[in-house]
Design a protein. Structure first.
Length: 88
């Protein structure tokens, strides 16, 4: 499998996971009011549940409900893509 195919497969897997989390209301459908990025702090990603290490970029999103979610870069991108798709 080529690196391009592996990337597409990973994106499809993340999109499927995000759709399931959105459908079960485990992830918000509304946009975040604020998003910060920086080195990971060891928190678990809201999508894949893997820890976000200090060597990885972490996105922390604050929602109107005052809840927060933390994401890996690719997981955040999948959440944004899928939540927008569901709102159409």
């Amino acid at each position: 499998m080529t690196a391009e195919n592996e990337t597409a497969t990973e994106e499809a897997r993340l999109s499927e996971r995000v759709r399931a989390l959105l459908a079960s209301n485990e992830l918000p459908r509304e946009p975040a009011t604020h998003v910060w990025g920086g080195p990971g702090g060891g928190y678990r990603c809201a999508v894949c549940q893997a820890p976000i290490s200090t060597e990885q970029m972490e996105f922390e999103a604050l929602f109107p409900s005052q809840t927060t979610a933390r994401f890996h870069r690719a997981c955040h991108a999948a959440w944004e893509r899928e939540r927008r798709r569901m709102r159409q």
